[in-house]
Design a protein around this ligand. Structure first.
Ligand code: C2O
Ligand code: CU
Ligand code: CU
Length: 480
């Protein structure tokens, strides 16, 4: 597939995209900010910034003028200090997605607001027993989340730990892939979605990988490549396949699995992460990772509400589901590396005790009596002053997430990771820590949550950020 095809998700915008593809050099690789002697102390500013995105001058929103933002790396026990300046013209804040931190004060507090022009200090310690994994940071001011993340505000936050010390994994070549999509006009300016696309959850007409065109990554012959993926798009679900080559899942959102699991497709809902090992054991050559079409339920809605015949045309097509596979990365065999086998065991994922309480959360569309918002949990839209569930610190609960709507709603919980127990009452095949689970249209998913270490109010919500902004969020208060 050529670059042009990749850059353009629909024929409607082809003309415009080609015009803008003169040879602007790509932005420089993203900066890595690593903790030193147990401390990470940085300044982070969110601002409108022009960057060269996939060869096109684009007017985005960026942390420290980079899209994605700088990659932060810490270890369990480290202290972190971030002086965050909001240079946007809308309120913002920082959320440390997937980290097990206090949801209060100057830590991972989603109810905090940093007004335009303000600087706020974020301060916390990574717990000494924190799991290693691929986490991320992004804005979380209710009502502004989708447009700010869609503008490019997102960055990796990596916790290094026991998983990284497994000898085979230590010897693996490592690559991070941050998947973002942007809805840009021919001038490279962000477009706000029409109300209907905001309802579905906006999808962009450009996909970038680490802010660039699809990379070519070296795959050590008879060695291992460790891929670490983040879906930082506001609504798009990626359905990834490595063509004609095996790959093995080794970690989900909350860290390592017990052992590698060979997979075919990797489906990443917004906010989700996955890590894979690719063993260099096939015929040397170049292999392609592609993103396959995925229907979140919008195809149905489109034909239901609009009739047929509009699918292939204009803005309708480019803001909706992609019709053909598109390239995300190429892996090229590289000779001369030492042989590394796949590790047999990874990190034990504990089995959680039976829950003390089971609750239901019904996700649906409607009209909230108070706010008029359309995306509801248990019949209500988000209200920052209401507590939707009271959990006891130290307890374990089962949450049944019941999707009564015809759209997927990726459910996300802050502060504590959970394990999926069943989907449509079918037991989950292996244990894994997650903080996002895609609850498909009309699906029922059972998750088990241990409430550990931190008391206070925290949130759960749909990670289609337009849905979160339009009401699909609630508060759980964890009481000591
Ligand atoms: Cu990544 Cu509350 O979100
Ligand atoms: Cu989060
Ligand atoms: Cu949703």
């Amino acid at each position: 597939m050529d670059r042009r095809r990749f850059l353009t998700l629909s024929t409607a915008v082809t003309g415009a995209m080609l015009l803008s593809q003169c040879s602007i050099p790509s932005q420089r690789p993203n900066r890595l900010l690593k903790s030193q002697s147990g401390q990470l102390s940085i300044d982070l500013a969110a601002s409108p910034t022009a960057v060269n995105l996939v060869g096109m001058r684009s007017h985005l929103l960026a942390y420290n003028q980079q899209v994605p933002g700088p990659q932060l790396e810490v270890r369990p026990g480290d202290t972190v200090e971030i002086r965050f300046t909001n240079q946007l013209d809308t309120p913002s804040n920082l959320h440390f997605h997937g980290l097990h931190l206090p949801p209060t004060g100057e830590a991972d507090n989603p109810l905090r607001m940093v007004a335009p022009g303000e600087t706020a200090l974020y301060r916390f310690t990574i717990p000494a027993d924190h799991r290693a994994g691929t986490f991320w940071y992004h804005p979380h001011h209710h009502g502004n989340v989708a447009s700010q993340v869609a503008g490019g505000l997102a960055g990796l936050l990596v916790v290094r730990g026991d998983l990284d010390e497994i000898p085979e994994i230590q010897a693996a070549q490592e690559a991070f892939l941050v998947l973002q999509d942007f809805d840009l006009n021919w001038r490279g300016q962000l477009q706000e979605p029409m109300p209907m696309f905001r309802m579905w959850g906006r999808e962009g007409n450009h996909i970038s990988i680490n802010g660039q065109a699809p990379p070519t990554l070296p795959l050590p012959q008879s060695g291992l490549l460790r891929l670490r993926l983040l879906n930082a798009s506001p609504s798009r679900v990626y359905r990834l396949q490595l063509k004609k080559h095996p790959w093995h899942l080794i970690a989900t959102d909350g860290g390592a699995l017990g052992e590698p699991v060979e997979t075919d497709e990797v489906v990443l809902a917004p906010g989700e992460r996955a890590e894979l090992l690719v063993p260099g054991t096939r015929e040397p050559g170049t292999y392609e990772i592609v993103n396959l079409p995925y229907d979140r339920g919008t195809m149905d809605m489109m034909s239901g509400r609009m009739g047929h015949g509009m699918m292939g045309s204009g803005r309708m097509a480019h803001s909706s589901a992609q019709a053909e596979p598109i390239q995300v990365a190429r892996l090229t065999y590289q000779a001369g590396a030492a042989a590394v086998p796949l590790p047999k065991a990874l990190i034990l994922v504990e089995s959680l005790p039976e829950p003390e309480i089971s609750r239901e959360f019904v996700l649906d569309h409607g009209i909230d009596a108070q706010t008029g918002q359309p995306f509801l949990i248990n019949g209500q839209a988000f209200d920052h002053s209401r507590v939707d569930a009271q959990a006891k610190l130290g307890s374990v609960e089962d949450w049944w997430i019941i999707n009564k709507a015809g759209l997927d709603h990726p459910f996300h919980l802050h502060t504590n990771s959970f394990q999926v127990i069943s989907r449509d009452r079918k037991p989950e095949p292996y244990r894994a820590w997650r903080d996002v689970v895609n609850v498909r249209a009309y699906e029922v998913v059972q998750i088990r949550v241990p409430f550990r270490d931190f008391a206070g109010k925290t949130v759960f919500h749909c990670h289609v950020l337009d849905h979160e902004d339009q009401g699909m969020m609630g508060i759980v208060e964890i009481a000591a």
